[in-house]
Design a protein around this ligand. Structure first.
Ligand code: SAH
Length: 268
């Protein structure tokens, strides 16, 4: 869609407004100040399975809360239906917040929602959030880039590994294996065995360090530091938890972080 099309709002239907807000990765205090302000003014909040439902308490008690996540029905609510709800509520001249985990434009289908809103002539804006890859790095002490070890970072979905999808923009894992980039894999736990194999076939050593960070920034956070070859062992036990997989030499820095924490605990 061209910029001209995006900005071609229907003046007559312009009173309501939708703000896509990034909820951050989990810890409530990782919401941005702008996100907090927008939530405080919300008249309608449309949300799905957030890492932290406490964020909803920031909205006024009077705000209408609409859950559109996986538990909403037997099937996941269709993206088109969610976008339609945003349009309908905004047409009622409401201040609508579409709250999404992490950042609203990173693996969050924000693009599709924006498109529907633009076509319907609804004003919208976006408040970024701390995406889970950044949070997973910070909360484990893994620098996603390092002057000597990683000059690029890739955010990639593990959802469509190993030739399962015929889409033209399908992930080229073999190419990623060659980049030397730190790989931050979202939604990858279920396909970890395939991913590990494909990356190794692409030339990445089985000894490449891997960290799997589950429930990053929440009290339940766990970190498994392993290797590319061994990583699939942890898949099964993490299926029900949001987990971010970090692949690359920089994962070795997690040990530094651990040492610091145990020194602090020991009062050194
Ligand atoms: N928009 C979100 C991503 C949504 S896709 C963002 O910017 O973070 C859902 C995936 O995000 C999960 O499968 C998991 O890989 C990752 N994720 C979300 N929250 C997480 C958390 N607290 N800890 C680890 N990974 C998380």
């Amino acid at each position: 869609m061209s910029k001209e099309q995006m900005l071609n709002f229907d003046e007559g239907a312009k009173k309501g407004r939708v703000t896509l807000v990034g909820a951050g990765p989990g810890a409530v205090d990782l919401l941005t100040i702008r996100g907090q302000r927008v939530l405080q003014q919300a008249e309608v909040v449309v949300y799905d399975d957030l890492a932290n439902a406490e964020l909803l308490e920031i909205c006024p008690a009077s705000a209408k809360r609409i859950y559109v996540g996986k538990r909403a029905g037997v099937h996941c609510m269709l993206q088109a239906q969610i976008s339609e709800i945003l349009v309908e509520e905004a047409r009622l001249e409401k201040r609508v917040v579409r709250l999404k985990g992490g950042d609203p434009l990173v693996f969050a289908r924000g693009g599709e929602e924006m498109e529907t809103l633009a076509k319907a002539g609804i004003d919208f804006d976006i408040v970024p959030g701390v995406t889970s890859a950044i949070a997973a790095g910070a909360s484990t002490g893994i620098p996603l880039t390092h002057r000597d070890h990683a000059s690029s970072v890739v955010f990639v979905t593990g959802h469509e590994c190993a030739g399962k999808s015929a889409r033209p923009n399908q992930v080229n894992w073999a190419a990623l294996a060659q980049t030397g980039a730190t790989l931050c894999i979202y939604m990858g736990v279920r396909r970890l065995a395939d991913i590990s194999e494909t990356l190794q076939d692409g030339g990445l050593a089985g000894t490449t360090p891997v960290a799997i960070v589950a429930d990053a920034t929440l009290e339940e956070q766990t970190v498994h530091v392993t290797t590319l070859a061994e990583a699939p062992i942890f898949s099964e036990s993490l299926l029900s938890r949001p987990s971010l997989i970090i692949v690359g030499e920089v994962v070795r820095w997690a040990e530094l972080h651990d040492t610091m924490i145990s020194m602090q605990a020991a009062g050194v």
